[in-house]
Design a protein around this ligand. Structure first.
Ligand code: FES
Length: 122
């Protein structure tokens, strides 16, 4: 979250504009050892997933908040290059083709993104 973000409240994850357009933002888990969330963005749309690759059940990134995204369409796992579609988390290429990231339900209100299950972040 950056200085421009509003006062956090229940379920707030980040501002839409915190996420690079066509890229991804990592949101660390509140509890140590719990999986974080990765939020991907294309324009005014965003999707969120548990930051857990279905191939080896490890985070999609090596470095904090560093993700590889292609054409604002695909998110690549840094480990073995599995490619996941932004809009549904489906792996369309790589060692876990056919598997999918675990969606985190979100809503966007006034360019702010909230976890939609009302239980806060991961
Ligand atoms: S751990 Fe993600 S592709 Fe292998």
């Amino acid at each position: 979250m950056n200085a421009a973000s509003p006062e956090p409240h229940a379920g707030f994850l980040c501002a839409l504009d915190d996420i690079p357009d066509g890229g991804a933002l990592e949101i660390a888990a509140e509890q140590a050892g719990a999986p974080g969330i990765v939020v991907v963005r294309r324009g005014d749309a965003a999707w969120a997933y548990r930051n857990v690759c279905p191939h080896f059940s490890i985070p999609l990134n090596y470095e904090p908040n560093t993700f590889w995204a292609y054409d604002a369409e695909l998110l690549m796992c840094a480990h073995h290059s599995a490619m996941f579609r932004f809009e549904d988390g489906q792996c369309i290429d790589g060692p876990c083709q056919g598997a999918a990231l675990t969606r985190v339900a979100i809503r966007i209100e006034q360019r702010n993104i909230f976890n939609n299950d009302g239980r806060g972040q991961a």
